[in-house]
Design a protein around this ligand. Structure first.
Ligand SMILES: Nc1ncnc2c1ncn2[C@@H]1O[C@H](COP(=O)(O)OP(=O)(O)OP(=O)(O)O)[C@@H](O)[C@H]1O
Ligand SMILES: [Mg+2]
Ligand SMILES: [Zn+2]
Length: 399
């Protein structure tokens, strides 16, 4: 069994980073009054797990404090995604497979289930049903329209749960019949909490920085977080940082540091452009890369935490120090305030949204002869601009 399956949440407290949704669902499980719920969030963030956990809570024979036992027949059947009609009205399908609503699923149809035409309590001695349509964005529009009437008035004895990564693919009238619950990407802290929990359970002892590397790579998607941990465990049981970076293909962007160090050192323009041209070719979104870089360096300078999800975290420490040294020398030699220079660079990069190479080169030309006017001081309420002719009227800081 894969680690992602092994560590699919089995208790409400296991849903790391999703407390609001977990508490809401637990409350509904307590009241046992039917509701139409839609779970919406990025891939791998607990939607399917929530729907199944909720259903287990409703049908479990040994439920304790509104948590399922995970051991009884009903819990097992739901965990293993077996059709559980015979265990009490649980039905799971996905948007693409979602059959004609009148087609029989086992003994009755989805329409029967949702509309209560089948008296489940008489047949199975259960007083509730849960119909879960996963990947609901795959429901064809006509199917969505078919559901409108069925769902007009939520039934007290039926929970209808949809899950989707793309709410916009559902027609608004259908959306409005559901209470939206959100599943979120995990913060860096929560990502590491999840990793630490699994490492402890599995007896993994990752070296310093490895959990950060995994968390960075996974960018907050819990399934990916666990998947990458498993991948590393297969290759290197010592969990060394160097092998983690290699296996996860995390490339420290040291060239960016070198690039700016060269600029600040007044190196030959052509050389700088060549580095820039050769390295930048690998990036689809250079402006995003630069923006991340500047924000990251700014935070680094202030010794605050690094930006969530940034591979830049793994840049060479000594080069980072050199970057700041050269940066200070540069501003001193130009007799400009360090703070203003920083703001200028940063805001230019962030607001300019430069997406083509030529524009970046023009920017380089300017920055190699970087000058700022008094006007450029970030006074409150004042818009400022770089003095070079080309960018003269470009407002770059809006205080
Ligand atoms: N909040 C969480 N805490 C811990 N692990 C989680 C959490 N959410 C998801 N996982 C892990 O990720 C796996 C996938 O989760 P799940 O299938 O619920 O995601 P999903 O939102 O349905 O994704 P998709 O949109 O791709 O179908 C789980 O088996 C579990 O290992
Ligand atoms: Mg899912
Ligand atoms: Zn149970």
């Amino acid at each position: 069994m894969s680690l992602t399956e092994k560590y699919r949440p089995r208790a409400w407290e296991d849903f790391i980073g999703q407390e609001i949704t977990a508490n809401f669902l637990k409350k509904i499980a307590k009241t046992r009054i039917g509701k139409n719920i839609i779970l919406n969030g990025p891939y791998g963030t607990s939607k399917t797990s929530f729907a199944r956990h909720f259903a287990k809570t409703i049908f479990c024979k040994n439920v304790k404090d509104y948590s399922p036992c995970n051991e009884c027949e009903s819990c097992k059947a739901i965990s293993e995604n077996r059709q559980t009609n015979s265990y009490g009205g649980y039905y799971e399908t996905d948007g693409r497979k979602c059959p004609d609503f009148t087609e029989k699923l086992d003994e009755y149809s989805l329409a029967d289930l949702i509309s209560g035409n089948v008296l489940l309590k008489n047949i199975y001695c259960h007083d509730k049903s849960v119909a879960f349509i996963d990947e609901a964005h795959l429901l064809p529009k006509t199917k969505q329209e078919d559901m409108l009437k069925l769902l007009e008035t939520p039934r007290k004895d039926c929970f209808v749960i949809l899950a989707t990564t793309s709410m916009e693919h559902l027609i608004p009238a259908l959306q409005s019949r559901f209470v939206p619950l959100y599943t979120k990407l995990l913060s860096l802290e929560d990502s590491k909490r999840l990793l630490a929990k699994i490492c402890q359970a599995e007896g993994f002892y990752p070296k310093d920085g490895v959990l950060d590397a995994i968390a960075m790579k996974a960018k907050g998607h819990p399934r990916d977080i666990i998947k990458y941990l498993e991948q590393l465990s297969n290759y290197d049981s010592d969990f060394k940082l160097q092998s983690a970076l290699e296996i996860l293909n995390i490339e420290p962007q040291n060239w960016l540091l070198k690039f700016f160090i060269d600029i600040f050192s007044g190196k030959n323009k052509k050389e700088i452009k060549d580095i820039f041209r050769n390295e930048l070719i690998n990036f689809n979104y250079p402006d995003v890369l630069f923006k991340q870089f500047m924000l990251y360096m700014d935070m680094k300078r202030q010794n605050s935490v690094f930006i969530n999800g940034s591979e830049l975290y793994f840049m060479d420490h000594a080069l980072q120090e050199e970057f700041f040294k050269k940066f200070d020398e540069f501003t001193q030699s130009k007799h400009i305030n360090t703070h203003i220079t920083w703001e200028a660079l940063m805001h230019f990069i962030i607001t300019a949204k430069i997406s083509n190479y030529e524009e970046w080169c023009a920017f380089l030309e300017d920055i190699l002869d970087f000058r700022v006017t008094d006007e450029f001081k970030p006074n409150v309420g004042k818009a400022v601009s770089i003095t070079q002719p080309k960018y003269k009227n470009r407002k770059i800081i809006q205080c």
